[in-house]
Design a binder for this molecule. Sequence first.
Ligand SMILES: Cc1cc2nc3c(=O)[nH]c(=O)nc-3n(C[C@H](O)[C@H](O)[C@H](O)COP(=O)(O)OP(=O)(O)OC[C@H]3O[C@@H](n4cnc5c(N)ncnc54)[C@H](O)[C@@H]3O)c2cc1C
Ligand code: FES
Length: 366
Amino acid sequence: MIQQLLLSVGAISAIASLLAILMVITDATIGNYGIVKLTINNNKEYEVKGGRPLLATLMDEGIFIPSACGGRGSCGLCKVKVLEGAGQYLPTELPWISEDEKKQDIRLSCQVKVKQDFRIEIPEELFNVKEFRGRVESIVDLTHDIKEIIITLIEPSEIEIRAGQFIQFKVPEYELTNEPVYRAYSVASSPSDKTRVELEIRLVPGGIGTTYVHKYLSEGGEVIFNGPHGDFFLRDTDREIVCIAGGSGMAPIKSILLDMNCKGVNRRTRYFFGARSKRDLFLEDTMAELEMSLPDFTFIPTLSEPKDGDNWEGETGLVTNILDKHLGKGSNVEAYLCGSPGLIDACVAILTKHRVPEELIYYDKF
Ligand SMILES: Cc1cc2nc3c(=O)[nH]c(=O)nc-3n(C[C@H](O)[C@H](O)[C@H](O)COP(=O)(O)OP(=O)(O)OC[C@H]3O[C@@H](n4cnc5c(N)ncnc54)[C@H](O)[C@@H]3O)c2cc1C
Ligand code: FES
């Protein structure tokens, strides 16, 4: 009996090894797709090396599709309309693609590979996204786990950005990654400062991008990023503005507020910021200055777990509860939210309860 069992296990192992060898051979022979034609928007043609993911292939041609997870299929940002060449949907794409998007041939560009002639459509503005080289001017601790990074542009020397948009930062090969990866970071500075970008980056323990920034990046070092990306920016209306953020979600909201200050926007604006305790709260001085200079702006920070030594006299509790308490009638409100998916989903529920129209709730989930 035991002998038979051992024989079966041996046979299964042998078949598995054979299959693995066959897969390697197949990849080395059939997997050589040669040069294929990539057509974009029916008017631009590229000869590209076949076999690589569409996202990486486009990047090689200087075309940068938004992505936040570095091509791991876990952010769902890299959607592209593929008219020809992509084949069946892959299981890794399905969680991100709605039935409606399937009808429009929307695919995850980091998952589909360019193995034959390909035809895609992308928004024309993506051709304006550029790759930038910059130098780290300063790195400052904003909290125990958030750093402010100021980058002065080298080439191109200026960036045109809308307040609230993000860039994709290139993390070079280092201890935690054997190939460069990209991570999305919102620009925290005012778009009027075209020669520099400021980022606010929170350390995710073990995270590839944030460990690099927090432990390896130094002042004077060179960095590469591409951008601008995203449609999280202030809409030009007369509605009241409600901003909500937590942690490094501060970054794009700060940029929006600085831009409003530059342009003299006088709409009623309330900014709810959630932190755990005093050590997670930052930029209070900047917010106080904005309260003085913007005509109708209130900063409402709240601590969910203030410590005894914090001497906190402001709002206490979850940002959702404080939002619920202050919001009032929301039908004339539009809202801008930035933070973790949990924070955003909970706040959207409160906003809609107060009759803020769902289509006027804009957010970036980090
Ligand atoms: C549009 C956009 C704008 C963004 N702007 C900013 C910004 O201004 N500042 C900023 O700090 N971040 C921002 N992010 C998040 C950022 O892109 C990275 O996801 C984050 O920095 C983690 O990257 P990492 O490489 O260190 O971690 P990874 O190596 O990608 O992840 C390591 C592990 O941590 C988990 N993880 C990833 N992110 C988080 C998280 N936030 N909290 C807890 N666990 C996590 C992953 O699931 C994984 O298990 C933004 C994201 C998006 C989509
Ligand atoms: S899903 Fe994140 S880059 Fe494709």
